[in-house]
Write a protein that binds this ligand. Sequence first.
Ligand SMILES: Cc1cc2nc3c(=O)[nH]c(=O)nc-3n(C[C@H](O)[C@H](O)[C@H](O)COP(=O)(O)O)c2cc1C
Length: 92
Amino acid sequence: MTHFYEERGEPFKRVEAIRNASLSAMLFMLTAKEQGWDTCPMIGFEADKLIEALQLEERFVPVMLITIGKEDTTSQRPRGYRKPIGEFVKYV
Ligand SMILES: Cc1cc2nc3c(=O)[nH]c(=O)nc-3n(C[C@H](O)[C@H](O)[C@H](O)COP(=O)(O)O)c2cc1C
């Protein structure tokens, strides 16, 4: 497996890191919801400052932040458009 990643170079490794982190992030959000928490993914942060604050090693890629807490149900706003699942998922 190490060879599989090494021979594809740095761009592939970076994309793979983002792919894996995204799957983990989704799983974290779904698990949190199941446990009664609400979450929100965020990419609006300064990666270099995050790396500095958390003293992250160079091999780590800051993919996203996830807030976690309890939704304020007294100030809900209508959700934005969501592409209907039937448009891109097919059961055969
Ligand atoms: C990968 C990703 C990154 C996001 N980053 C931000 C962000 O930096 N700041 C922000 O206000 N909303 C961000 N959003 C949007 C919110 O997380 C959230 O999806 C949006 O407010 C809609 O909420 P809802 O999905 O519960 O309707 C991001 C969404 C995604 C999927």
